[in-house]
Design a protein around this ligand. Structure first.
Ligand SMILES: [Fe+2]
Length: 175
């Protein structure tokens, strides 16, 4: 929160980040419960800070901008990568080039990176909503729906259960 304040995030960004972090915590807890390793602190921090770059820019660059802010603040490299890789369902090297983004890896790969990216796709502003709504939004914008579906199915395979059903079940009634 100190960093959000320092960089001038508005309340809507902060509220969105808090809700995403809540979803992240549900998923991280399930990995832990199953005895599967996850850095819950890094995941949670990544959720809380993932949109800090929106204090500077509203485009796809906000992931990169956020990561640079956090790098400058000496934040854990794991958290920096979570923030850099949360945009869309990941940005391929080829797309990053087209978008004029510097040569970094923008694809979520670790459990922590994947659950923050996925959690973000389940939260519209402050509302946790069904994943299919994001799929429709992706399709309407001409984004790569297959990659979005692969994000979910990859997480489901790793988690051994449907992450969407888990989140909707656990968060329901707590809003
Ligand atoms: Fe974002």
């Amino acid at each position: 929160m100190r960093l959000h304040r320092k960089y001038g995030s508005n309340q809507a960004i902060i509220n969105h980040c808090r809700t995403v972090a809540k979803v992240v915590d549900v998923l991280a807890e399930e990995f832990s419960r199953q005895g599967k390793y996850i850095d819950r602190e890094a995941a949670s921090e990544g959720g809380l800070l993932h949109d800090i770059g929106r204090s500077r820019v509203q485009t796809v660059r906000h992931g990169l901008e956020g990561s640079l802010i956090l790098e400058g603040e000496g934040v854990d490299e794991k958290v920096v990568q979570i923030v850099r890789r949360h945009v869309g369902a990941g940005i391929s090297a080829e797309e990053a080039k087209k978008l004029g983004l510097p040569d970094f890896d923008y694809v979520p790969r670790t459990r922590e990176e994947i659950i923050v990216c996925f959690a973000d796709k389940m939260v519209d502003a402050e509302r946790v909503r069904p994943f299919v709504e994001e799929v429709k939004r992706f399709a309407a914008k001409g984004h790569d729906v297959e990659r979005l579906l692969a994000l979910k199915s990859g997480l489901e395979a790793d988690l051994g259960t449907d992450p969407e059903a888990l989140v909707l079940h656990k968060i329901k009634g707590t809003e």
